[in-house]
Design a protein around this ligand. Structure first.
Ligand SMILES: [Fe+2]
Ligand SMILES: [Fe+2]
Length: 165
């Protein structure tokens, strides 16, 4: 009985992670469409490919856990909220806003996969634990990349506003 509940909980978590990745794909597309900077675009396209893989990994685990597509939750509006929420007044600051939103999104994913990995281990599901670890490693790398680009982000933002310093 306890095992049933644990497995249900595990499937819920995988479902949430899957919805999160679907959301992130939308967010990355939205960010890509608002940047002309080749370097930023490449970083986003790279993480888009990773994110598609994350989505596939979670979908495969959902199938293995017996959760069909029809039973799945709709993607939660976390990404959309992040995109819309803060600082919408600051038009013409896309580079800075995109970097901020991306930088905020990655730790949400990292936290989700830290918990999912542990839950999967408790449930004895080593494949799901491994999938969570693999996804988390990409999120950590993406957070690191964004974190290493603040100077460039500010330069691009100033450039967008026609400010030379
Ligand atoms: Fe991801
Ligand atoms: Fe990510």
């Amino acid at each position: 009985m306890a095992d049933d509940k644990l497995n249900e909980k595990l499937a819920d978590y995988v479902e949430d992670a899957h919805a999160m990745e679907q959301n992130d794909l939308k967010m990355i597309d939205s960010m890509s469409s608002t940047t002309d900077d080749p370097e930023t675009r490449e970083m986003l396209q790279n993480h888009k490919r990773e994110t598609e893989e994350h989505e596939r990994r979670m979908r495969a685990r959902l199938d293995a856990l017996g959760r069909g597509t029809s039973a799945r939750k709709q993607a939660q509006a976390v990404g959309a909220a992040l995109l819309k929420g803060v600082g919408d007044r600051a038009r013409g600051d896309k580079a800075g806003k995109n970097a901020r939103d991306g930088y905020t999104a990655e730790p949400l994913e990292i936290a989700a996969y830290e918990l999912l990995e542990r839950l999967a281990e408790k449930a004895g599901d080593i494949e799901t634990a491994e999938a969570a670890r693999q996804n988390r490693a990409d999120e950590q790398e993406m957070a690191r990349r964004i974190g290493a680009s603040w100077d460039r982000t500010l330069d691009l933002t100033l450039e967008e506003n026609g400010i030379r310093v």
